[in-house]
Structures are given as structure tokens and as C-alpha cells.
Design a protein around this ligand. Structure first.
Ligand SMILES: NC(=O)C1=CN([C@@H]2O[C@H](COP(=O)(O)OP(=O)(O)OC[C@H]3O[C@@H](n4cnc5c(N)ncnc54)[C@H](O)[C@@H]3O)[C@@H](O)[C@H]2O)C=CC1
Ligand SMILES: O=C(O)C(=O)COP(=O)(O)O
Length: 527
């Protein structure tokens, strides 16, 4: 097997490259490339490891013809076009906890820097001014900290602030009353927070809902003299409006680690009194960088080498232990989905996946994803287990997953059913020797077959001499039959023939077979 190739395109702790190599990947570290340069090289790679500098846009994803996984050594993934990556079947992972303490500490550091104007006092002292009477600060003890976003980082900031004897008011639509009590914070709506807070700190991702949460209008609702800290994402604050609010004194100080456009080489805020900034250093500690580098490399290598999925934003998790157990099932599911996809005529919008026996003990999500991937291959070759659920959702598919406790004739079974105009149609398969995928039922008829390569599917009325006529027609066309599988509903009733063929069957031969007496359906299948 060729080794998966990984590109590390942002500055990352060397542990990442080391882990990739140890886990059987070829790794290149090539940073600071322009988008065009990255697009020109990305086609060679199976994995892309990034921080916040690399922008994974449509341009990059279109050029990434071999890419299977993007790993973000950090938290925010707003620099990755996740919907497009999903549509392209590329898994996107992050490391949701590795740098959260470090970033929370940076927010607290900036809060103190604002409260005591440390950067300016430091600069003037070192300039020989000894400005002892120019810097009157504020205490944080007893003050109210307004937390916008109370997730991992926000809750660490809250715990540190409570330790500093501050009061914490939190706005987060997903914060439950119980969790707020557990955190020791007061849950509030945004307007209440804006009116109460002496300091405001932001800890939400950048989304369409959070963009400009501190807009001009909202800045005007703050308590006069508020101090604002942003260690989350630049787009959360209207920078022009913040500049005006600093100039007017509505905002007494602001500390930004992040900017709407990065690198921020210029800004209306630069040079404003009581404005402090750092160049997106929130996650920059030795500890955090080692954490995220190790974690991203482990996760990506797991996926590329074993199929394990951890911390993916566009795919259900699958442990490295589970992945090998599920592999034969996803293979079976892909084939059953593909069979239904190739045989179903209607414009279907529903599919049910049932598992029983040993299959019912497993994580059903990857099995469903594989059925959908197989089923939707009739729409596009680019469908895989990552993008199939996403595409199915986009098409408004009704997907049902059923887990049966009972065990039937087979120790393990996966059944795929679609509702057609003629009623439900289902196919089922099992695993022989725990690994070999076998079809065992097709549209209510028992029939055992491997679904492999080129196949010929015929439905006919069971009648003497029919099989001979099929064999003769194929022989005369110079087409060799590999294996031959037969099933029927009842003697003289509907029968199914499933043949594996050594080569694809030409259209003319299919047409000719269709003219044989008693034939209802003839179809070439490909697995
Ligand atoms: N400056 C830096 O170097 C770093 C910045 N970050 C940024 O910090 C952000 C937060 O990280 P975590 O706390 O780990 O994420 P998280 O996902 O644990 O927490 C985010 C919180 O924001 C809340 N939220 C979502 N929409 C909201 C809305 N409309 N209004 C209010 N709250 C909302 C969520 O409910 C969640 O509780 C990341 O998304 C990333 O952008 C993260 C690490 C380093
Ligand atoms: O983890 C995050 O979300 C960060 O913003 C850290 O960014 P960085 O990896 O330091 O470029």
C-alpha cells in the first residue's frame, strides 16, 4: 500500500511531522505559500494539516483531487469552507480542547493589561519618561465580566474570573440554566449583559449568527466605560464602530487578539489610546502548540491509515478500534446501497437501513453513510461516505435507521429498503466468515451472491429452457460467465438471475436478452 501523503501548510510544532512519520505517512512541511502555489501542489496530498493562516477555499478544494482529510491544529475552522469540503467528501477535523486553557489565559492577560494600561506604561517607562501619575487603573475585583459565548474557553475564563472575585454574566443561547448554576455565572440575554458588564470578553465561533455581535448598535448599549476583550474571531466586532466608541469614551479600552482581516498590517484602531492588540497569539504557548500538533497528527493519521474518525466536524466519530470491525460492514453497505441505486427506477427520496444480529451491536452511522454513498453513486462518482449524508440531506431524503435485537437466519444482516410506487423494495446482505460481503435477498427473493465487478441482472418468468437460452445468447456474443446465481419467488413464478461477467455487457446484447420470452427486466450492474 502506498503511504498517505500529508502536507503541513502552517507553522506547527515539529511533533506533528514526527507523529505523521511514525504513523506511516509521508509528510511535507511547506508553509507561507500563496493560494495559487498551494492550489498547484495540493493535488498530491491525502491530508492537509493547518492552523489559521491557510485558507481552505473552493479554489484549494477543487484542486485537491486526492484530499481525504483536513486537520486543524486548533479550534476555529472558519478558514475552511466546510460545506464545500463536505460536498467534496473531505473530512474536516479540529482539536477542540488542546489550546483552550491557553486562550482563556490570554483573555485574562489582556483584561489585566487593559485594566492597568500595561503596554503603554511599559513603553513610556522604557522610553525614560517615568510616567507615574499618568496611569490610573481599575480593580477587577467586584467588577462584572460579560461573557459572550460560554463554551470551552468561555467557561475557563469564567472560572478564572470568579477566582479573581469578579461577577460573571453570560450570554450564550445554548447555555442551560443548570450549566449556568454549575459554572457559577448569571445567564442573561445580550442586552442585559451589555448594560451590566464592566468588561466584555468574546468566546464564540465566527458564524452568520455571531458576526458583528458587537455592532455599532450593540456597542451603544454598553455601560459607559466598558472594556472589551476579543480573543475569539475578528468579525465578531465592528472595528470602525469600536474605534468611534473608543474615541468617544463609550468604550474605555479594547484589547484585540484577532482582526476581521489577518494579518492585520493596518487598522483604524492602531494608535488609538487605550487600544491594545496582539497578532492572534491566543493559542501561542508551548503547551498548547504541542497539544494541538500531537492531537491533529494522531487524528489525521488514524483516519488515513485505519479509517478512525475523531473530532470531525462533518462526519460521525468512529474509534480506531471500531474502524476495522466496521470496515466489512461499510463494504457490504456500500454494495447494497449501490444495488438498490442501480435497480430503483423511481425518483426515490427515502431509504431505510435495518441492522440485526452482530450488526446491531455496531455504530450504525457509518453503515448508513456507506449505504447512502453506494445509493447515490448513480448521481455522481464523487460521492463517498463523507459527503453522502450531506448530499442526501440536501436532496431532502427521508432516512430511517432501525436496529433489531432479534437474530434471524443469519448471524448478522444489513437490509436496505426503499419505498417505490410499487411498494417497499428491499435487499439484504450478510458477512461470510465475518468479512466477506454476500447478498442474501433481493426484492423478497432469497439468492446468495457476491456483488463484484460487472454483473447481469435478469428478472423473468420461471420457465424450462430459459437459463440455456441466456447462456447461449451470452456465449454467442463471446461473453464469459464467472458465477451464476438463481432465485425465485415460487416455482413458475418470478425468478431472478444474477450473473457475474468477465467483461462489461454491450448494450446490443442487453437488448437482445430483453427480447427472450418471459424476460421482464434486464440490467447491467457494476460494483
Ligand atoms: N485567539 C486564538 O488564538 C483562539 C481563538 N479561538 C476562538 O475561540 C472560539 C471559541 O472556542 P471554544 O470556546 O473552544 O468553542 P466552543 O464551541 O466550546 O464554545 C463556543 C460557544 O459559543 C456559543 N455560541 C454559539 N453561537 C452563539 C451566539 N450566537 N451567541 C452567543 N454564544 C454563541 C456556543 O453555544 C458555545 O457555547 C473558537 O471558535 C475560535 O474561533 C480558539 C482558540 C484560540
Ligand atoms: O484555535 C484557534 O481557533 C485559533 O484561533 C488559534 O489559531 P492559530 O492556530 O494560532 O493560528
Amino acid at each position: 500500500m502506498t503511504k498517505p501523503r500529508v502536507l503541513i501548510s502552517d507553522k506547527m510544532d515539529p511533533n506533528a511531522a514526527k507523529i505523521f512519520a511514525e504513523r506511516g505517512c509521508d509528510v511535507d512541511v511547506i508553509t507561507d505559500k500563496t493560494p495559487d502555489e498551494l492550489a498547484a501542489m495540493i493535488g498530491d496530498y491525502d491530508g492537509l494539516a493547518i492552523r489559521s493562516s491557510t485558507k481552505v477555499t473552493k479554489q484549494i478544494l477543487d484542486a485537491a483531487t486526492n484530499l481525504k482529510v483536513i486537520g486543524r491544529a486548533g479550534i476555529g475552522v472558519d478558514n475552511v469552507d466546510i460545506p464545500y469540503a463536505s460536498a467534496k467528501g473531505v473530512v474536516v477535523m479540529n482539536t477542540p480542547f488542546g489550546n483552550s486553557i491557553t486562550t482563556a489565559e490570554h483573555a485574562i492577560a489582556l483584561m489585566f493589561a487593559l485594566a492597568r494600561q500595561l503596554p503603554e506604561a511599559n513603553a513610556q517607562t522604557q522610553a525614560g519618561k517615568w510616567p507615574k501619575n499618568d496611569f490610573m487603573g481599575v480593580e477587577v475585583t467586584g467588577k462584572t465580566l460579560g461573557l459572550i459565548g460560554a463554551g470551552n474557553i468561555g467557561s475557563i475564563v469564567a472560572s478564572r474570573a470568579l477566582g479573581l472575585r469578579m461577577k460573571v454574566v453570560a450570554f450564550d443561547p445554548f447555555l442551560t440554566a443548570d450549566r449556568a448554576i454549575e459554572m457559577g455565572v448569571e445567564k442573561a440575554d445580550l442586552d442585559t449583559l451589555l448594560a451590566k458588564a464592566d468588561f466584555i470578553t468574546l468566546h464564540t465561533p465566527l458564524t452568520d449568527q455571531t458576526r458583528n455581535v458587537l455592532s455599532r448598535e450593540n456597542l451603544a448599549k454598553t455601560k459607559k466605560g466598558v472594556r472589551i476583550i476579543n480573543c475569539a474571531r475578528g468579525g465578531l466586532i465592528d472595528e470602525e464602530a469600536l474605534k468611534e466608541a473608543l474615541d468617544s469614551g463609550q468604550v474605555a479600552g479594547a484589547a484585540l487578539d484577532v482582526f476581521a482581516t489577518e494579518p492585520a498590517k493596518e487598522s483604524p484602531l492602531f494608535g488609538t489610546p487605550n487600544f491594545i492588540c496582539t497578532p492572534h497569539l491566543g493559542a501561542s504557548t508551548n503547551e498548547a502548540q504541542v497539544n494541538v500538533a500531537l492531537q491533529v497528527a494522531e487524528q489525521m493519521a488514524d483516519y488515513l491509515v485505519n479509517g478512525g474518525v475523531t473530532n470531525a466536524l462533518n462526519m460521525p466519530s468512529l474509534s480506531a478500534e471500531e474502524a476495522p470491525k466496521l470496515k466489512p460492514y461499510t463494504n457490504l453497505a456500500l454494495k447494497l446501497g449501490s444495488l438498490v441505486g442501480q435497480l430503483a427506477h423511481d425518483n426515490l427520496d427515502n431509504i431505510a437501513i435495518e441492522v440485526e444480529g452482530a450488526a446491531a451491536e455496531l455504530n450504525i452511522k457509518p453503515i448508513t453513510a456507506a449505504v447512502l454513498a453506494g445509493f447515490m453513486r448513480r448521481f455522481s462518482d464523487a460521492v463517498n461516505m463523507v459527503n453522502a449524508p450531506f448530499l442526501a440531506k440536501e436532496r431532502g431524503f427521508d432516512i430511517r435507521e432501525v436496529r433489531h435485537d432479534k437474530t434471524g437466519a443469519y448471524h448478522t444482516l444489513v437490509r436496505v429498503t426503499v419505498n417505490t410506487a410499487q411498494g417497499p423494495r428491499s435487499v439484504a446482505g450478510t458477512l461470510f466468515a465475518n468479512s466477506e460481503a454476500r447478498l442474501v435477498e433481493i426484492f423478497g427473493i432469497s439468492l446468495e451472491a457476491e456483488l463484484e465487478g460487472n454483473m447481469l441482472y435478469i428478472v423473468n418468468e420461471d420457465a424450462p429452457g430459459f437459463i440455456g437460452r441466456v447462456g447461449t445468447a451470452l456465449g454467442e456474443a463471446g461473453l464469459n460467465i464467472g458465477t451464476f446465481h438463481l432465485g425465485r419467488r415460487s416455482a413458475g413464478g418470478e425468478a431472478v438471475l444474477l450473473l457475474s461477467m468477465d467483461a462489461a455487457i454491450p448494450e446490443a446484447v442487453l437488448k437482445q436478452l430483453g427480447t427472450l420470452p418471459g424476460v421482464k427486466t434486464v440490467k447491467a450492474l457494476k460494483f
